[in-house]
Design a protein around this ligand. Structure first.
Ligand code: ZN
Length: 239
């Protein structure tokens, strides 16, 4: 049982990666990072989504999920590149981390290049848990990304895709118009890198997943705690 004395102030969060208290932010940028495990707000958000889809919402944080009876047992492919998340999830036997090779905005080339494929050697391999970040808005063909994610999910397999979605989420996915200066827009991701903003992703991605037998939805774990929260995570499970 959690010691009430150990809880952070109401403006802070419990770290969904390790369970430590996360100090409140400065009121402008939301909560800070976890001093215990280094998880930043993005990692805390994606961990909350994992707790929902892999832990059925019954666990406080990933360390408890991984130590419990419901610890993910199958193949976990983590393509988020998130170090704090990786340090925790390595406790799961079936965990592996990978990287999607792509180029930042301003480089020539595509993001990712060509038809989208997960970076695994076996083109038919499927996974029980897929963790993904920043894929749809910058893809040349977001539908190809959706199809590849769906194709790679084992029966009952789950995915979590984290990126900045428009809010409110439009009904229809549409190409992102250039900025007022006519220059193609970009979106900052971690580490000061920017990716091309090619698409404003809409709720019709849910229908595309459904056509594969994957029930997907937008999940907004921080909404109740942060009135300025505007992010969303896309989560889903194959039937
Ligand atoms: Zn933590």
């Amino acid at each position: 049982m959690t010691d009430p004395e150990a809880l952070p102030s109401p403006a802070g969060w419990i770290c969904t990666v390790c369970g430590a208290g996360v100090p409140p932010g400065d009121g402008q940028s939301g909560p800070g990072s976890c001093v215990a495990c280094g998880a930043d707000p993005q990692a805390i958000e994606i961990a909350a989504a994992i707790l929902l889809v892999a832990g059925r919402g019954a666990y406080e944080d990933l360390s408890k999920l991984l130590a419990g009876d419901d610890a993910p047992k199958g193949r976990i492919l983590d393509l988020t590149g998130d170090a704090a998340l990786s340090r925790m999830l390595e406790r799961a036997a079936g965990y592996r981390a990978g990287r999607i090779v792509r180029q930042a905005a301003g480089d020539t080339g595509t993001t990712p290049a060509g038809p989208f494929r997960l970076p695994v050697e076996d083109a038919t391999a499927t996974f029980d848990h897929l963790l993904l970040r920043n894929l749809l808005f910058c893809a040349e063909d977001p539908w190809a990304v959706v199809d590849e994610i769906a194709r790679r999910l084992a029966p009952r397999g789950t995915f979590v895709l984290q990126e900045i979605f428009p809010w409110p989420i439009p009904a229809i996915t549409a190409e992102s118009p250039p900025g007022e200066d006519g220059v193609a827009r970009t979106r900052p991701v971690s580490g000061g890198v920017r990716y091309p903003l090619r698409f404003e992703i809409g709720a019709d991605v849910i229908d595309r997943f459904a056509s594969w037998g994957v029930m997907a939805e937008f999940y907004r774990p921080g909404l109740a705690l942060d009135p300025a929260y505007r992010r969303a995570v896309l989560v889903g499970e194959r039937s």
